[in-house]
Each structure stands twice: as structure tokens, then as C-alpha cells.
Design a protein around this ligand. Sequence first.
Ligand SMILES: [Zn+2]
Length: 241
Amino acid sequence: MFTDLEWLIKLQLLDYEIYQLTADQRKANNNVKKLSDEVEEISLRKIKQGRELKRTIEEKAKLLDDIQEQKRILEQKRVDLQNDKKTKKEHIRREIKKMEQAVEVFTQRVDTISQDISRLEQEIHDKEDRVTGLKTDLQDEDKSIVKVVKKTKKQLTELEKKRALLEVNIRKPFLNHYNRIMHIRNGVAITYVNEKGLCQGCQVHIPLQFQQKIKLMEDYNICEGCGRILVLKEAMEGIVE
Ligand SMILES: [Zn+2]
């Protein structure tokens, strides 16, 4: 048998043990990543809404100023109406009516904006609560990682020692390829051709001629579908798919 392959199969057996031992830790790490991403996303949305809130509050303030100003002019017009001569009265009345309508429209607008402000404030508040909750979850997850690491540390150190001893027997290009595939393929870098003539890893069909070549185990054969190393099933005994 191709010597590097022989060592790689031993490495795979060991790595599968390591992979199972570190499963909880990986799961916790994934949760941490997911929770952190969510915190980040909510925080960004909160900042955006904060800016919207600021704009809306400014708009409301401006509208209230405008209403004040309109009311002031309106008062003046009412005084004019009392003091003016008969000829102009009708004109002033019309102006007053127009301004009263404008004040009403502005006031309605202020009402709408006030509702927007309340809504935004509530939404920002909800986001703050959510972030607080997520941060608690994150702390719990961190604690669970510490626990898991502590529990598996001894066993893992042993396995890693063995792994280091195995690794030195494998030529770098093969080892690098193996390690890369192992990381992207859930801990399984070596697999076999199943009874249906498919790669057990990715279910891609393996041509007959290639299957014959794999059986010889004299070369480094790679599945075109998943990049895993293909070997005889018998050589893989003990490795779970
Ligand atoms: Zn494959």
C-alpha cells in the first residue's frame, strides 16, 4: 500500500475520535458565533433607528415652531379684523380661514410624527432588551465552553500527542490536503466507494475504471465531487461515514 495513505488512514481514525470529542465545543462555538452575529445585526438596526428618531424629533420641533409662528400671525390678523375698515374685512377673513386650515394640517402632522416617535422609541427599547437577552445567552455559552474544554482536556491532549506522532510520517502535500478537506468536510477526509459505486462522502458516481484504480490503493485518489481521499472500504473499518 501507498505508505502515506496508510498513515493517513490511521490519522483519520484518530481525527474522527478527536472530532467526536470536540463536537460539543464546536456546537457551543457555533452558537457563540450565531449569537454574536445577531447582537451585531440588532445593534446596527438600532443605530439606524436612533438616527431616524433624531430626525423625526427635529422635524416635530420645526413643525411646532411653524405652528407657533402661524398662530402669532393669526392673532395679528384677528386684531386687524377688528380695527380695519369695512372694505378690507372680507379679505382678512379669508386669510384667517386659510391660516386656520394650515394650522390644523400642521397639527395633524405633529400627531402623526408623535406616533412615529413613540413607535421608534418602543422598537429601540425592544432591541435593547433583545441585545441584553442575547448577551446573557452568550455568557452562558461561554461558561459551557469552559466546562466542555475542562472535561475533555486530558483525553484531547492524549489524542493530540498521538496525532503529532502520526503526522511526521506523512509528506507535507498529502498532509496539507488531508487537513484542509477534514476541516471543510466535517472531520471526514478519507472515504470509500460504496456498493452502488458512489463516493460515500458525497454520493457522486465513481467511474468503473477509477474504482479499479482505487482498489489497488497504490495512489492518492481524490473524489472529484468532494475532494475526499478515496480508499477501499475494508481499509476504512472503524471509520464512521
Ligand atoms: Zn466525494
